[in-house]
Design a protein around this ligand. Structure first.
Ligand code: HMG
Ligand code: MG
Length: 306
């Protein structure tokens, strides 16, 4: 198997994870989580989103969280910005608090685009274009997320052509990297492979990542098939936190701990200290009053307890 020697994981727990929590998590706990993730060796962390607080109140403390970070050299911090208002809010802070990367997020499914960001796919691209242009002019890297690349909670199966279409539109407006998301975790390896292949029609292998929710327990298998394709970047979520408020019933992203266990077991470098990562997962799980949603973390915590 021709597998990558190194993999970069972007922990999206503070954003994708905590956006979906019923209870409001205080900004200082979010900051504490980011600090523990960087302590564990994560080199990229998706911290928050600059979206409407009426739509997603859990992210309403975005500026406070960004301002509270003690940044580590070599760590990149990213945020979601769906429109100019979001980008302007992210850049209203002093420059040292700016994100290194922003994420514009669209969907391969029309219905999901409407539910999630209140506009059609075509309108979303019109909204994103000036955001991408302004971010790049400010020296900020732009990622694009494509939701519902294999299945949609409203439309069912999504054909790979729809993914290719959206990836092409994202490329056309200057989005530098594209994430192939299985928002509701329904994908299985063949389907995910076809969605990733569609993205690869427009993006280089080095500019495509996987973002797999684990609702049906398929995310590790989907990660493995991507590794076999040469994909080396994945979004994962510490303690398996997460979901999307506009994808009811979908669970969190694949747990970072489980992916690190898989990768290290295969001899693939991540730069992440699994023990410290488990501590980060335990920290946020304690705060939320539940156990980490990670098989590897559970097994290793049981082992620690003897
Ligand atoms: P809209 O209502 O169409 O926007 O929302 P609008 O421009 O008509 O503005 C309406 C109101 O929202 C106005 O306020 C604006 O100021 C305000 P009002 O005058 O009524 O008081 N507003 C904003 N406030 C703060 N920040 C902003 C902003 N924009 C407008 N950026 C919008 C459009 C996209 C803003 C809205 O639909 C929204 O916030 N949606 C939330 C989407 C979201 O966060 N979803 C979850 C993240 S995506 C995800 O989880 C998927 C991913 O993980 C990949 C995967 O797994 O699939 C990435
Ligand atoms: Mg997601």
């Amino acid at each position: 198997m021709n597998l990558p020697a190194k993999v970069k994981l972007v922990d999206v727990g503070p954003r994708d994870g905590l956006q979906n929590e019923k209870q409001m998590v205080p900004a200082e706990v979010k900051v504490g989580l980011v600090h523990r993730l960087q302590e564990a060796g994560l080199k990229e962390i998706e911290v928050t989103s600059f979206v409407s607080p009426k739509w997603v109140p859990q992210m309403g403390d975005n500026a406070q969280v960004m301002a509270g970070l003690e940044r580590r050299p070599g760590v990149r911090y990213s945020v979601l910005t769906p429109n100019m208002k979001g980008l302007e809010a992210a850049l209203a802070a002093p420059k040292e608090q700016w994100p290194h990367e922003i994420v514009v997020f669209g969907a391969a499914s029309e219905a999901f685009s409407q539910k999630n960001i209140n506009c059609s796919i075509a309108e979303s691209i019109e909204r994103f274009a000036p955001v991408v242009q302004a971010a790049r002019a400010a020296g900020i890297y732009v990622r694009g997320a494509m939701s519902c690349t294999v299945g949609c909670p409203y439309e069912g199966d999504i054909a790979p052509e729809r993914v290719g279409y959206l990836a092409g539109l994202m490329k056309g407006i200057g989005v530098q990297h594209i994430g192939v998301a299985d928002t509701i975790g329904v994908g299985t390896p063949g389907k995910v492979q076809r969605a990733v292949e569609a993205a690869l029609q427009h993006y280089d292998l080095n500019d495509v990542s996987g973002h797999f929710h684990d609702t049906y327990g398929q995310a590790l298998a989907n990660t493995l098939v991507c590794l076999q394709m040469g994909i080396w970047q994945f979004d994962t979520s510490v303690a398996g936190l997460g979901g999307c408020p506009y994808a009811k019933g979908a669970t969190g992203n694949v747990a970072t701990e489980d992916v690190v266990y898989l990768l290290h077991g295969m001899g693939i470098e991540t730069g992440i200290d699994l023990d410290k990562l488990i501590d980060a997962g335990q920290f946020i799980s304690d705060h939320l009053g539940r156990k980490p949603n990670s098989r590897a973390a559970t097994a290793l915590l049981n082992k620690r307890a003897g």
